[in-house]
Design a protein around this ligand. Structure first.
Ligand code: F0G
Length: 466
């Protein structure tokens, strides 16, 4: 009989979490304007807002923290970090940054100008915002399967290569300073990109002389999916898969808060010497000298250790299996989720679950509120609140292509009983789904309005149909 895949660690330090009652949660959520970003973390029982910077570090990482060398320039921690990144990712020029979006800003400010176009399988919100901040346009080109939440497909994170070719033919390669691939595709459901797709995108980029960059936040999870699902990789180590994958790219941005297994940090890497000079100027301007980039030496050491731990087979097997476990439990309760489950999160199809609410009544935000009220679970809407816009004149909402709610699973933090509890709470909300009222935005501050927006409930359960 196959045995349970267990957490490949034992617990050395614990952090108490606090149960609240429903009346308290109702008060907290009302005070937070129904926006979970505005809740106090101590009022949350299970925090699935993000897998970013919320993981538990290992004893080895804490030991690395003590080894940290805080020299302003040339610290030994930097060289340990650089050596590890160069070995796994294979790039020549490596700049630490305080987190992923700093790497994005520096890359796009160095490469993009107004009127340029940057294609991606799907841009994450900070990526899009940083591109648009330079006056360039961020274009999403997901594969067709990636737009359909309920239909399983092994590599729903793939880029639509024909659409990329068509875009280049339409606007000309000179207008496209880089192409990006986000692995795994966070905004598209945490879905992986296949090695074949990466090679195909690479071939198109090479033909037109366009650099290819990887948004590498969850690269190790993507490598595990390649090993499990793509022909020819079943006996290749995640480390070797990573080395091959990055060999097809010209550079990457990385938020080490995900697959770096640390609470803060990131980097920008590439092979272009001229570009690296421009990037180092911007880095020094706002982040710090090139050997610390806004991080402490100890952070660099913890990243170096985390990048090796994240590629261990027992870790990745447990990580992907535990996310799939939550997906299976929810599916058994009838809850519609993006299929198959992604690497770092389960995405509930709130549009399908609350099918009495039109997208303009923000079904994702309504579901997020209910998950907190029902069981103290904090999740995040990935739909019209995050990606839609309000027309300033008509006040009409331009809605997003999908209305999802993400349950992001912090790394090495929650045990199977926490996950069982989550699935029970979601199932209870599902049972009373048709009584859930919609939401409306009463205050917002674009761009990235979802972090701070204020919401109120709509008076009636639903007005109009989808
Ligand atoms: N790219 C992707 C695919 C991401 O998921 C994130 C962050 C970033 C870039 C930016 O990195 O936060 O270190 O500046 N995602 C977090 C999330 C915030 O919750 O998914 P950062």
């Amino acid at each position: 009989m196959p045995r349970s895949i267990i957490e490949p660690f034992r617990i050395k330090t614990v952090e108490p979490i606090r149960m609240t009652n429903e009346a308290e949660r109702r008060r907290f959520l009302t005070e937070a304007w129904f926006n979970p970003f505005l809740l106090r973390a101590e009022d949350v029982l299970i925090d699935l807002l993000t897998d970013s910077g919320t993981g538990a570090m290992s004893a080895e990482q804490w030991a690395s923290i003590m080894r940290g060398d805080e020299s302003y320039a040339g610290s030994t921690s930097f060289f340990r970090f650089e050596e590890t990144v160069r070995e796994i990712f294979g790039f020549q020029y490596i700049f630490p940054t305080h987190q992923g979006r700093a790497a994005e800003r520096i890359l796009f400010e160095s490469l993009c100008k107004p009127g340029d176009i940057v294609p991606n399988n799907t841009h994450f919100d900070t990526t899009r915002a940083n591109i648009e901040n330079t006056g360039a346009v961020a274009v999403d080109l997901p594969c067709v399967e990636g737009r359909n939440p309920g239909i399983p497909f092994p590599f729903k994170g793939n880029m639509n290569v024909e659409a990329l070719q068509a875009l280049i033919a339409q606007v000309g390669a000179a207008k496209i300073p880089l192409v990006m691939l986000t692995i795994t595709n966070n905004s598209g459901g945490g879905q992986p990109v296949s090695m074949t797709n990466i090679k195909n995108v690479r071939a198109v980029c090479q033909e037109h002389g366009i650099p290819l960059y990887i948004d590498a936040c969850r690269f190790a999870e993507n490598c595990w999916f390649i090993r499990e699902r793509e022909a020819g990789y079943a006996s290749t180590s995640p480390y070797d898969i990573a080395r091959e994958l990055f060999s097809y790219a010209d550079g990457c941005t990385m938020s080490a808060k995900k697959d770096g297994l640390v609470n803060i940090g990131g980097f920008l890497a590439g092979n272009d010497a001229v570009l690296a000079k421009a990037e180092s100027r911007l880095l020094i301007l706002t982040e710090g000298f090139t050997t610390y980039g806004g991080l402490a030496g100890r952070d660099l050491d913890a990243i170096a250790t985390g990048l090796r731990e994240v590629l261990r087979e027992d870790y990745l097997n447990y990580r992907i299996a535990s996310t799939a476990y939550l997906g299976r439990r929810l599916t058994e309760s009838g809850v519609p989720i993006v299929q198959p489950p992604g690497g770092h999160a389960i995405y509930i199809d709130a549009g399908a679950m609350l099918d009495h609410l039109p997208a303009t009544m923000l079904p994702g935000q309504a579901l997020v509120a209910e998950l907190y009220l029902e069981g103290g679970i904090r999740a995040v809407e990935i739909g019209t609140v995050m990606f839609g816009t309000t027309d300033e004149g008509t006040q009409l909402e331009k809605t997003a292509p999908m209305e999802l709610v993400r349950l992001a699973i912090p790394r090495r933090v929650y045990t199977q009983s926490h996950i069982d509890y989550v699935s029970e709470v979601v199932a209870d909300v599902y049972a009373r789904r048709h009584a859930i009222a919609g939401m409306k935005i009463v205050w917002q501050s674009p761009p990235l309005r979802h972090f701070t927006a204020h919401f109120e409930r709509c008076e009636s359960v639903a007005s109009g149909s989808r």
